[in-house]
Design a protein around this ligand. Structure first.
Ligand code: KIV
Length: 281
């Protein structure tokens, strides 16, 4: 469907259904849940955006599930830009957010703005995500002042794995609980338009969600966040190295793929593939 607009251009279905930062903020105020999935390539972006996902996150979980690293610390800015370009070409309507990788925003405000700008200009993302609390508020403020929307990330922050000492639920002691609430408020003040809460007790996520005007998006943070996010390879049952309790597998694609590949190998060996219908005359 096309609608005429006053300047002689047209508004396509894509633009009409396009999710923006405003769409996401409105959802919180309308009490509508926000849906977010990670994605790293064109084909998957096409599939998931066709089903109406609100936000696609090109997460630096890329390092684990696509590049086979033991953690996200090895992921580079170039990796993130490369995968964002691929996702951008397949995305039809979702808000496209890309993670800033480890050490691309922590050192100086200038680096943070310059690297965020590369993700937007070269990758085609519409917003960036950064991990950390009040200690990176100055970087968030500067990126946001440079007209780049920012998502925060609190709780278990994988880029701090060496400091945290492994995958651990965060905010369980009273001081850590209070610190996380304060960090969330500081991020909102610094200009983020949403906060991801990872691996925190449900009660803490509920309190943060109540305290903030902006939406919270949970992963292992219980039922009361304004939205949910999962790593696509986890929820499709593709990545089997480690599955946290908070993951629900909506499919078991690793088994589907293994069966298909086994069938292919058998059929080639037995001369059953290719058949009549696969041959050029
Ligand atoms: O990198 C990632 O996939 C993430 C999600 C877990 C939110 O940050």
């Amino acid at each position: 469907m096309k609608l005429s607009v006053s300047d002689g251009g047209s508004v396509t279905d894509f633009q009409m259904n396009k999710k923006t930062v405003s769409t996401i903020l409105e959802k919180k105020h309308a009490n509508e849940k926000i849906t977010m999935l990670t994605c790293y390539d064109y084909v998957t972006a096409k599939l998931i955006s066709s089903q109406g996902i609100d936000i696609i996150l090109v997460g630096d979980s890329l390092g684990n599930v696509k590049l086979g690293y033991e953690n996200t610390l090895y992921v580079t800015l170039e990796d993130m830009i490369y995968h964002t370009k691929s996702v951008k070409r397949g995305n039809n309507g979702a808000l496209l957010v890309t993670d800033m990788p480890f050490m691309s925003y922590e050192i100086t405000v200038e680096d943070a703005v310059k690297n965020a700008a590369r993700i937007i200009k070269e990758g085609g993302a519409e917003a960036v995500k950064v991990e950390g609390g009040i200690e990176i508020a100055d970087k968030i403020k500067a990126i946001s002042n440079a007209k780049i929307p920012v998502v925060g990330h609190l709780g278990f922050t994988p880029q701090a794995i060496n400091k945290i000492g492994g995958f651990k639920i965060q905010g369980r002691t009273e001081d850590k609980y209070d610190k996380l609430v304060e960090d969330a408020k500081a991020l909102e003040k610094a200009g983020v338009f949403a906060v991801v809460l990872e691996a925190v007790p449900e009660r803490l996520a509920e309190e943060v969600t109540r305290c903030l005007e902006i939406p919270t998006i949970g992963i292992g943070a219980g039922r009361y966040c304004d939205g949910q996010v999962l790593v696509i390879d986890d929820m499709l049952g593709m990545f089997t190295d480690f599955t946290p309790k908070f993951v629900k597998k909506y499919a078991n694609l690793s088994e589907v793929i293994k069966t298909a590949v086994r069938d292919y190998i058998d059929e080639v060996k037995e001369g059953k593939f290719p058949q009549e219908g696969n041959i050029y005359k």
